[in-house]
Every structure is written in C-alpha cells, then in structure tokens.
Design a protein around this ligand. Structure first.
Ligand code: C2E
Ligand code: CA
Ligand code: CA
Ligand code: CA
Length: 279
C-alpha cells in the first residue's frame, strides 16, 4: 500500500474500523464454533442425466450460530481462510463425510458418493494425505466414494509440494474434481499436470444457457474437452427444465441444482432417499 492513497486513509474510517473489529471478533467465535460443534453439513443431491437417479451429494457447510442463526459459507469461509482455521474446518468436513458414507453403507445406500469442498490451501498442509488415509481407515470407507473438490488457483499449481500432495491423494484412490471450472486462472494447467477425474461446469455458464449462444458454446467446449480427457462432468446451479434439457443434449453426465433439490439437512435427505431412491 502506498501512503496517501485512498485505501490507507480508509483505515482511519470509523466504519472500516468497526468492520475490522467485527472480523476479529468472528475469528475468535469461529474457533469457539468448532469447539462447540456448531457446524453442520447440508447435502445437495447430484442426479444422473436422463435417468435422474441420485448418485451422490455435495456437502455444503453451514454454521448454526447461537445468536445469528444459520450462517452460509459466504459469512465465514474467508475469515477461516485468512486465519488458518480452514484446515480444522476441512478436517471436520472430511470426517463428517466419511461417517455419513459409513452410515449409508449400513442403510443399504452404499453406492452414494459425497463431494467435499477442500480449500486449495489445505493441499499446502503436509499432513493432509495422512489425515485422509486415517479417516478412510477409521470409518472403513472406499476412497472412491469421497470426491475432493478444489478450485483453480495459480499459486497452488506452481507449488511442488501441492503437486506431490494432489498425486498422493489420487494414488490413495480419492477422485479430484475441479470446482467452478473455467472461472479461475489455471484450469488448463491443472488438466495438463494431473489426471483429473471430474470437472464441474460453473453456475455462471449454466445460468445463461437458454438465452446466450456464447454460454452455450463455452459449456459445449468444456464438455467436449472433458470427454476427450476421459473426465466426468457435473453441471451446477441448474434451476430450470430448459437448462436441464440443454445440458442433456450437450452430454453432461450429472446435474446439480435447485431444479432437483436445494441442499438439505441429513434427516431430510435421508427421508427423501428412503421414500424414493431415485428422489
Ligand atoms: P460451491 O462449491 O460452488 O457450491 C455451490 C453453491 O451454490 C452452494 O452455495 C449451493 O447452495 C449453491 N447452489 C446450489 N444449487 C444452486 C442453484 O440451482 N442456484 C443457485 N443460485 N445456487 C445454487 P453455498 O452452500 O452458500 O456455498 C458457497 C460456497 O462456499 C461453495 O461454492 C464453496 O466454495 C464454499 N463452501 C461450502 N462448503 C464448504 C466447505 O465445507 N469447505 C470449504 N472450504 N468451502 C465450502
Ligand atoms: Ca458423481
Ligand atoms: Ca463445490
Ligand atoms: Ca462450484
């Protein structure tokens, strides 16, 4: 920051100070929230194109805050990233997901997969592969059932440590999925360096599928690329029948979005799955 520019002066703005105070405060509460077991996973179904059978879910974190109510990731993930608490959160998410996979297996729904969101920063953490390995053994889950979603990030692709770690995790059998594909900086580098199992077509491209020929061309290109690299594809943020039809015509493998279901608490998801296995 250069002295005298607007940003530097803004530090003395009482409103900014209040915001800063609020952030510091929530940082402390975030740790407490973890200790007090206030986090929950909601699960959004992913369905197979054409058959519309549920094949798995994406786990999305929520914070059941004692005063503020149910908080969405937008309210706390950035703070978790900057304070480093994202590592603890990631470990909590993975163990919850493994526990859930185990419980589905006992309920006769062992074919379902869970996709978890893991911060690219977590791959800089040397213990991550070991942690995954222990979790998998503890809960006796098949690593193929736990799909690891990462977003594209230049710094991460450039790091040798991260490259080794991603490969280790893949060798252990966990599939890697590139989240928000096409919106980051290094999508092609990821595809070149690693054998990626899945890409997720970002909501921004899906949203304009019906009206915008450019979005359609982009989605078609992503799906063609995925096919030639033998990658699985999931479209996210699918809200309308029109979007669904287009994606099916273009050959997308799986669909996720409000059109089929919002993210649900586990009890609700289970009762839906038990009532009609295909949803
Ligand atoms: P994401 O991974 O791209 O997750 C998809 C987001 O889109 C979710 O928001 C989901 O609720 C929302 N969504 C699903 N279907 C639709 C739809 O049809 N239309 C629209 N408009 N939105 C839809 P959510 O749960 O608020 O999560 C936001 C972001 O927070 C996620 O984006 C992900 O990047 C991050 N996140 C969520 N859970 C975790 C977590 O456990 N760990 C980490 N590190 N990040 C997480
Ligand atoms: Ca799947
Ligand atoms: Ca995701
Ligand atoms: Ca996404």
């Amino acid at each position: 920051l250069r002295v005298g520019n607007r940003k530097t002066r803004a530090v003395y703005d009482p409103l900014m100070f209040e915001q800063w105070e609020e952030e510091m405060h929530s940082e402390m509460n975030l740790g407490k929230g973890l200790d007090m077991d206030e986090f929950r996973l909601f699960y959004q179904p992913q369905v197979e194109s054409l058959t519309h059978k549920v094949t798995g879910v994406e786990a999305l974190i929520r914070w059941q805050h004692p005063e503020k109510g149910l908080l969405f990731p937008a309210a706390f993930i950035n703070i978790a990233e900057t304070t480093g608490l994202i590592i603890q959160i990631g470990e909590w998410v993975v163990s919850q997901a493994c526990q859930q996979l185990k419980s589905w297996e006992q309920m006769g729904m062992g074919a379902l997969t869970i996709s978890v969101n893991i911060s690219p920063r977590h791959f800089l953490h040397a213990d991550f592969p070991t942690f995954l390995d222990e979790c998998m053994r503890n809960y006796e889950v098949d690593p193929k059932k736990l799909i690891i979603e990462i977003t594209e990030n230049v710094a991460i692709v450039d790091s040798d440590l991260v490259e080794t770690q991603i490969k280790k995790v893949q060798e252990m059998g966990f599939p890697i999925s590139i989240d928000d594909f096409g919106t980051g900086y290094s999508a092609f580098l990821y595809l070149q360096r690693f054998s990626i199992q899945e890409v997720k077509v970002d909501r921004q491209f899906v949203a304009n599928l019906e009206t915008d020929p450019k979005s359609r061309a982009i989605v078609r290109a992503i799906l063609t690329l995925a096919k030639s690299l033998h990658m699985h594809t999931v479209a996210e943020g699918v809200e309308t029948e029109g979007q669904l039809k287009r994606l099916e015509e273009l050959g997308c493998f799986e669909i996720q979005g409000y059109y089929f279901s919002r993210p649900l608490p586990i009890e609700e998801l289970n009762s839906q799955l038990l009532a009609s296995p295909g949803f």
